[in-house]
Design a protein. Structure first.
Length: 292
């Protein structure tokens, strides 16, 4: 198993959201990631950089790349489908140029979305919407795999593919040659999934995992009180790996013994207030458990 970081703890904002403008300048951020104990980072080419510039800076700071992430900003029936597919193909080309063959794929989550106001409750569940999203994901998968990069479905709280049932519906409809599975331990647990069983059922389709710890007690409290996404986050939902209430080792243990993919740490809102120290603690725990 290989260990990487998506450095979103540097982007955590005071309102329980993510604000990329809070992060240090890109080269400085990459240097801090390396200093914290990680040797790999999630692939994300800055908008004002070429792929070559990005690779040069990575080489200078001593980081390698783990798969990135594409956000599908459509529900499959809003008229934005063509633009989304074109954007997906462009991101896949970037990934291919970086030597990547896998990428995460999740739906957009905006502050004004109904499921953000009522997270992890399958709010306004609609099988016809899932069908429309699935059809769009199939088109995205075709566009990305044509560039040599396979997308991997990431169910995410607050989006229209939030629950295990919705995730399984998409995965069962699109073959593994076109769509893999990117489980997020924290988001799946928050949404009420048996994360270990879900991973075990689709283990052969998983090239990487988002390792996210959380306090299930806060998730339960938020669900019972119908708290919004941000209120639940600010109540202390997210924590560094090993500091929360998930059995991460047990969950990850459902991956095949031959798994040689990525374990990518994500701490959406650090429990350790300093983002660098949050990354240090995350790297220390991951290395102690997985020896990488």
């Amino acid at each position: 198993m290989r260990i990487a970081l998506n450095p979103i703890q540097w982007m955590a904002s005071d309102d329980g959201w993510l604000d990329p403008s809070k992060a240090p300048e890109r080269k400085q951020l990459l240097s801090l990631i390396k200093q914290s104990g990680f040797d790999a980072v999630m692939a994300e080419v800055p908008a004002d950089w070429t792929v070559s510039q990005y690779q040069t800076v990575l080489d200078e700071v001593g980081l390698t790349l783990a798969p990135g992430y594409f956000v599908c900003r459509s529900d499959g029936r809003d008229g934005n489908e063509t633009t989304v597919v074109e954007n997906a193909a462009a991101v896949a080309r970037q990934h291919a140029e970086l030597g990547m063959t896998e990428i995460g794929l999740g739906l957009a989550m905006g502050k004004d979305m109904p499921r953000v106001a009522h997270p992890a409750q399958a709010y306004d569940a609609d099988p016809s919407r899932v069908e429309a999203v699935t059809a769009l994901i199939g088109k995205i998968a075709d566009a990305m795999t044509a560039e040599g990069v396979r997308p991997n479905l990431h169910p995410h709280v607050g989006t229209w593919i939030e629950t295990e049932e919705e995730g399984r519906a998409v995965l069962d409809a699109v073959p593994d040659s076109r769509l893999g599975f990117l489980p997020d331990t924290g988001h799946l647990a928050w949404a009420g999934s048996d994360v270990g069983a879900f991973i075990k059922d689709y283990a052969e389709r998983i090239p990487f995992v988002h390792v996210k710890d959380c306090r299930l007690s806060v998730a339960d409290q938020g669900r019972e009180g119908d708290w919004g996404y941000q209120q639940t986050v600010l109540a202390g939902l997210w924590v560094e790996p090993g500091r929360g209430e998930l059995d991460l080792k047990g969950i990850i243990g459902n991956l095949p013994s031959t798994f040689d993919g990525w374990l990518m740490v994500e701490v959406d809102c650090p429990d350790i207030s300093d983002p660098y120290e949050s990354a240090v603690a995350s790297a220390r725990w991951m290395r102690a458990e997985y020896g990488n």
